[in-house]
Design a protein around this ligand. Structure first.
Ligand SMILES: Cc1cc2nc3c(=O)[nH]c(=O)nc-3n(C[C@H](O)[C@H](O)[C@H](O)COP(=O)(O)OP(=O)(O)OC[C@H]3O[C@@H](n4cnc5c(N)ncnc54)[C@H](O)[C@@H]3O)c2cc1C
Length: 357
């Protein structure tokens, strides 16, 4: 590295050109937020558009979830491996509407709905599913908008600025920025581990609009898919049906696909690696979303329930309140033995993902 402070050229070499970019957009959002606009994602990945504007301040390199910068600091707050676990539950929503559309037990939707109801947040940046396996980020500020987001969007999300790019996260920050300037001060965000890690790095530097994020719901994530015509047809070949015939997918030990005609299929995640994003295959960010306030997944819970990892006192309090207020119910046969089994599974999958990368 020629410069002591790494600049975007270093980020390009170390992350983008090695196919490691998660397309989260933290780097471009920061640059744009500070009116520098030296880099953009117009070509599909972050790149220089006005190199002469680059201050070589190194912030883009620091906040990228893939670089190791600040990993030691993050480790102090959030631990590593399976992260800080205050408690684990298997739980589900009590709301029939949520249960009929959610991915696992609907804990994410009902907890977020609780946060809206008590005005802990004014909105939730989340992902709405669209036709063709695509998704888009929205700010949900009502129960009905949250319901429209329930379920897992395994395809990366179209960038609102450039519809031909696909990203889970890039679009979330611009979406937020508009809202922050529009007066929404407190938001919750749902996200995969790379997204939440980028948010935490941005919060350390107090980079707009990360200060408005009051609660993070982290989803476990083994891999993500970026559908274009080719990968979509490969995915359909592996699944054996058109994506439009799929009613629901869950990832636990395998991908469980439920079709609209009621039939079900289980597909090994190894088979799906062919269509997973390269950056996801090489991703070294812990599987169970250790940087989130609360982490949710299907792994270890029986069908219809969400595995819940409480990461800090704030999430413990809010989760317990949501249970007391009747938004969420804990599995009736929940006990320590089950809790330990789930933690064991999370350890195994964390190690599997580490080895894969
Ligand atoms: C890409 C991806 C990979 C996953 N991999 C695993 C895995 O390997 N193992 C495992 O156990 N669980 C995995 N999960 C988590 C699991 O699929 C469920 O999201 C989780 O159990 C919560 O279920 P729920 O019924 O409580 O959530 P719901 O009540 O259905 O709500 C889910 C919330 O998450 C939001 N959301 C969905 N997709 C995205 C996205 N791509 N980016 C940001 N927000 C999103 C929705 O908009 C909604 O608000 C993955 C999820 C995703 C999105």
């Amino acid at each position: 590295m020629g410069n002591e402070i790494p600049s975007f050229s270093d980020l390009k070499r170390d992350v983008v050109e090695k196919d490691l970019c998660t397309l989260c957009g933290a780097c471009t959002s920061f640059c744009r937020e500070n009116k520098l606009h030296a880099i953009d994602m117009k070509s599909g990945v972050p790149d220089y558009v006005n190199e002469e504007n680059c201050l070589k301040c190194g912030i883009c390199y620091m906040i990228c979830p893939v670089t190791k910068e600040m990993d030691e600091k993050l480790k102090e707050f959030y631990g590593e491996g399976i992260g800080k676990i205050l408690d684990v539950y298997s739980a589900r929503s009590t709301d029939k509407n949520v249960l009929s559309v959610c991915c696992d037990g609907g804990v994410a939707t009902s907890l977020l709905n609780y946060l809206l109801d008590i005005h802990y947040v004014d909105g939730v940046i989340s992902v709405k599913k669209m036709k063709g396996g695509r998704s888009m980020p929205i700010l949900a500020s009502s129960y009905h908008e949250l319901l429209a987001c329930a379920g897992s969007s395994l395809a990366t999300v179209p960038n609102l600025n450039e519809m031909r790019h696909y990203s889970t996260y890039e679009s979330i920050l611009p979406e937020m920025r508009e809202l922050v300037y529009g007066g929404v001060e407190k938001v919750a965000v749902t996200g995969t581990p790379c997204q939440i890690k980028a948010i935490r790095k941005m919060q350390i530097y107090n980079i707009l609009p990360s200060g408005s994020i009051k609660f993070t719901v982290g989803l476990f994530c083994i891999e993500n898919f970026s559908f274009n015509v080719i990968t979509l047809s490969k995915f359909e070949r592996i699944v054996g049906e058109r994506i439009g015939d799929i009613e629901k997918v869950n990832i636990k030990e395998n991908m469980m696909v439920k079709f609209k005609d009621g039939s079900k299929k289980e597909i090994s995640l190894e088979k799906l690696e062919e269509v997973a994003r390269k950056a996801c295959i090489k991703c070294q960010i812990p599987f169970s979303n250790i940087y989130a306030d609360i982490s949710l997944g299907g792994l270890g819970s029986e069908d219809g329930y969400t595995t819940v990892i409480i990461r800090n006192e704030k999430s413990r309090e809010l989760f317990e309140e949501a249970v007391e207020e009747g938004y969420i119910e804990i599995h009736p046969e929940w006990n320590n033995e089950k809790r330990e089994k789930i933690v064991e599974k999370i350890k195994i999958w964390t190690e599997k993902k580490e080895k894969k990368s």
